[in-house]
Design a protein around this ligand. Structure first.
Ligand code: KIV
Ligand code: ZN
Length: 516
């Protein structure tokens, strides 16, 4: 069997999805879930990008012990030094450095000759190797690079110490047969000297097909993300690659991965609840409808024999269908047991906090599903909130004179405010701004039912900018009442902003000569 290494870049390329920024504790939570999932390498971030990224990578490096922890670094000294420093406490480490190799990037972006690019790449790899034995080098925009130049730079960086060569289709331009030909030629050229990796973007919807074509032709590492998150149209989706290799063992029987597929669904839910980016309902493998059968003929077929309309089972990816879990009489032990089955490991105080929330929920909701429990757990905040929503009253909800009165709690004091808004949501958010003394701009608002039934929990995700110089923060709220969930989400966004405003601020400034 050939073991294909799964390199997950949800925390780096995935975080480059517009609106997907995560705070440090959220990144640690995702990294620990990726480790449970069994990914070989976790690209935890881009250490030199910001102090927040650096701190997240360092924390992940300290906590993750099974997967290799990697930081991205441009081919500049400062980036590599920061990457090395950030991963230094990881049990297994990798530095991933890159420079563009396509004519269009070298001429227009880098304004560097081929010789200069090779020289810069070699210098970067040598410096990275002085810190770390495992060094990946990426030829950015390899998909549009010339094969002879790729061979030249590959030879030079392998000689300098690179152990993995990644060939990204950075702009998602290539077709499967083109990727197949490129990988075949370059993996034969590398031979035993380095592992060949692929990193495909999904601009034409071909990222997964291209990754599989690469595997068939010698790539031994695939870079991908949970739910296919990533720049623009995203990256190849981890769950689709892994489940294709498994489900089509008749074709891919000689390949295996270290992924525990039962952790796919929990990973997908965790990432979507943290980023607020929910996979489309018909998304392969992890979409809400991926295992739902609507037509009577299909339902009848599946009841008689599951394989009539299902090529894999929901249980294989850890999606238990419609499982009612606990009720209001369930005790702490049963709750803890359920959490363990769902893959959550909580400290005693986190468990108590979650149990209290569960009791409140079970009191007002007849049936509590696995997804309700996940939503409850995934919405737990991991910072001390400055503001708490104490109470809220609404009137004239449907008019342009909708009125909200809100009481917020801060350091034991109650602050009250009332505002008129253009609709209820506007009134509620304006009132929270007034009470807290901030002015947020709402960039996105999403509401979703967590499970089924009229009494389903409403999950609201907002993206808010509290300071024009800083990116939007995400806030989440969960309640049976949609308006209350909305207010909770907005307060959560404000607390999140206050907890990370210093690390949100700066992009590290690099010297002029480092601007590549
Ligand atoms: O798409 C890309 O080329 C990248 C590299 C930095 C690996 O993300
Ligand atoms: Zn990328």
């Amino acid at each position: 069997m050939k073991t294909i290494k799964i390199f997950d870049t949800t925390l780096r390329d995935g975080e480059q999805s517009p609106g997907a920024s995560m705070n440090i504790e959220e990144k640690v939570k995702i990294a620990l879930q990726l480790e449970r999932l069994g990914v070989d390498i976790i690209e935890a971030g881009f250490a030199a990008a910001s102090p927040g990224d650096f701190e997240a990578i360092s924390k992940i490096a300290k906590r993750v012990t099974k997967s290799r922890v990697c930081s991205l670094a441009r081919a500049v000294d400062n980036d590599i030094i920061q990457a090395a420093e950030a991963i230094k406490e990881a049990k297994y480490q990798r530095i991933h450095t890159f420079i563009a190799t396509s004519p269009i990037h070298m001429e227009n972006k880098l304004k560097m000759s081929e010789d200069e690019v090779v020289e810069r790449a070699v210098k970067a790899v040598k410096l990275a190797r002085s810190y770390c034995e495992d060094v990946e080098f990426s030829c950015e925009d390899a998909g549009r690079s010339e094969i002879p130049f790729l061979k030249r730079i590959m030879d030079a960086v392998i000689e300098a110490g690179a152990t993995t060569i990644n060939l990204p289709d950075t702009v998602g331009y290539r077709m499967p047969h083109e990727i197949a030909a490129m990988i075949k030629e370059l993996s034969e050229h590398a031979g035993e000297r380095a592992i060949i990796s692929v990193h495909n973007h999904n601009d034409l919807g071909l990222a997964v097909a291209n990754s599989l074509a690469a595997v068939e032709n010698g790539a031994m590492q695939v870079e991908c993300t949970i739910n296919g998150l990533g720049e623009r149209a995203g990256n190849a989706a981890l769950e689709e690659i892994v489940m294709t290799l498994k489900t089509r063992a008749d074709i891919y029987g000689e390949y295996e991965t270290n992924i525990n597929t039962k952790e796919i669904y929990p990973s997908s839910r965790l990432v979507s609840s943290i980023t607020g980016i929910v996979p489309q309902p018909n998304k392969a493998i992890v979409g809400k409808n991926a295992f739902a059968h609507e037509s009577g003929i299909h339902q009848d077929g599946v009841l008689k024999c599951q394989e009539t309309y299902e090529i894999m089972s929901a249980a294989d990816i850890g999606m238990e269908k419609n499982s009612i879990v606990l009720g209001k009489h369930s005790g702490k032990h049963a709750f803890k047991d359920k959490l363990q089955k769902l893959g959550y490991e909580l400290s005693e105080s986190e468990l108590l906090d979650a149990f209290e929330k569960f009791k409140v929920l079970a009191d007002s909701k007849k049936e509590v599903f696995d997804d309700d429990i996940r939503a409850l757990l995934n919405s737990q905040v991991n910072f001390e909130p400055v503001y708490e929503l104490e109470s809220m009253q609404l009137s004239d909800c449907s008019s342009a004179m909708a009125t909200a009165a809100v009481a917020l709690r801060k350091e034991g004091e109650t602050i009250r405010a009332a505002q008129i808004g253009n609709g209820t949501i506007d009134a509620v958010f304006k009132t929270i701004d007034e009470a807290a003394g901030y002015k947020g701009t709402l960039k996105d608002y999403q509401v979703q039912a967590v499970s089924q039934g009229k009494d389903a929990l409403a999950k609201v995700v907002v993206q808010v900018i509290f300071d024009d110089d800083k990116p939007a923060v995400i806030g989440r709220g969960l309640d049976l009442d949609t308006m209350k969930a909305s207010a909770e989400a907005y307060v959560n966004a404000l607390n999140s902003y206050l907890s990370m405003k210093d690390s949100l601020k700066q992009q590290l400034r690099l010297g002029e000569e480092d601007k590549i």
